[in-house]
Design a protein around this ligand. Structure first.
Ligand SMILES: C[S@@+](CC[C@H](N)C(=O)[O-])C[C@H]1O[C@@H](n2cnc3c(N)ncnc32)[C@H](O)[C@@H]1O
Length: 291
């Protein structure tokens, strides 16, 4: 396992479950992360080359768009994996500390149950409202054309299903699990002992912070060649609300390093784990600007 220190950040090139074991109990103030979802087409090492090759075919009639093959096993695998992550998250967070984990609408429940069964208190579902993803619903015309039926029957079926598509609405948000490690006493006692457990409630444009965080998706920068880059300003906002200056933020699924960039930018310390070497390098490059 390689580790690299860049200013106030430490990056582990490792599987998160191995790296977690290096951390002491009750040592982390906030975990903010965007775990892998076990998408179809993506291998266990989270290499996305296969997916990228599929991208070209994504709109071909008859081929399911990337990541949209509906497989209930995906959720079960995610829950099993996230249970192991949650056990370690619970051990390493300080009492009262928060776990923020991104997910999709159809997978949120799996992550919430995994965290709850590990001992977290599920506090809420936050929403990252963005400027919209790819519309993935498609018609059944291609399948009807392949059916061995008369031409008249084919025309009748296609006409009958006009305006009908598969149940995939265009996504406009990602859910974020907000879970809390049980407090050590009351909110005040916990705050006095650990400086965790209470959130910052600001008045943004004279509106109290709600469960909805509205931020645009990052514009594809040349340097960030990662499929699921989160916006830095969203991560900064979450870090500002859920921990205080000088505290330590952990992202066990670092990817291109966005959480680290946001944490250092917000004057926190940062620890990141990432299993893929090229993403470790990418994250380190992004963090170097804080040296
Ligand atoms: C959804 S991406 C995170 C993207 C990140 N939020 C960003 O803005 O770039 C999840 C990352 O977790 C990494 N990963 C997957 N399994 C892992 C594991 N077991 N341990 C550590 N990292 C892992 C993947 O390589 C991928 O880069």
């Amino acid at each position: 396992m390689n580790t690299q220190k860049i200013g106030n950040a430490i990056i582990y090139h490792a599987d998160c479950l191995d790296a977690f074991r290096k951390l002491k109990p009750n040592s982390i103030d906030l975990i903010a992360t965007d775990p892998p979802y076990f998408l179809d087409g993506m291998d266990d090492g989270w290499r996305d080359d296969n997916l990228k090759r599929k991208k070209a075919k994504a709109n071909a009639v008859g081929g399911l768009p990337i990541g949209m093959k509906f497989d209930p096993e995906q959720g079960r695998r995610l829950q099993g994996f996230f249970s192991l992550v949650s056990n370690e998250a619970l051990r390493t967070l300080k009492p009262g500390g928060f776990l923020l984990a991104f997910s999709q609408g159809r997978l949120f429940h799996r992550m919430a149950v995994a965290a709850e069964d590990s001992g977290f208190e599920v506090r809420d579902m936050l929403i990252w409202e963005h400027n919209g993803g790819q519309g993935k619903a498609f018609t059944q015309n291609h399948f009807i054309r392949k059916m061995e039926i008369s031409e008249n029957e084919r025309k009748r079926m296609i006409a009958g299903l006009r305006g009908r598509k598969t149940p995939q609405l265009r996504p406009k948000f990602e859910s974020i699990l907000l879970a809390q490690k049980p407090k050590d006493g009351t909110f005040v006692e916990n705050w006095n002992r650990w400086n965790t457990g209470l959130i910052k409630v600001d008045f943004l444009l004279e509106c109290q912070q709600t469960t909805i965080f509205k931020y645009s998706k990052p514009i594809k920068e040349k340097m960030i060649d990662h499929m699921t880059v989160k916006p830095v300003d969203l991560m900064e906002r979450l870090i500002d609300v859920f921990c205080i200056e000088g505290q330590t933020v952990l992202d066990p699924f670092l990817g291109s390093g966005t959480t680290g960039v946001a944490a250092l930018g917000m004057r926190r310390k940062f620890i990141g784990f990432e299993v893929e070497e090229r993403y470790v390098k990418m994250a380190i490059e992004r963090l170097k600007k804080f040296l």
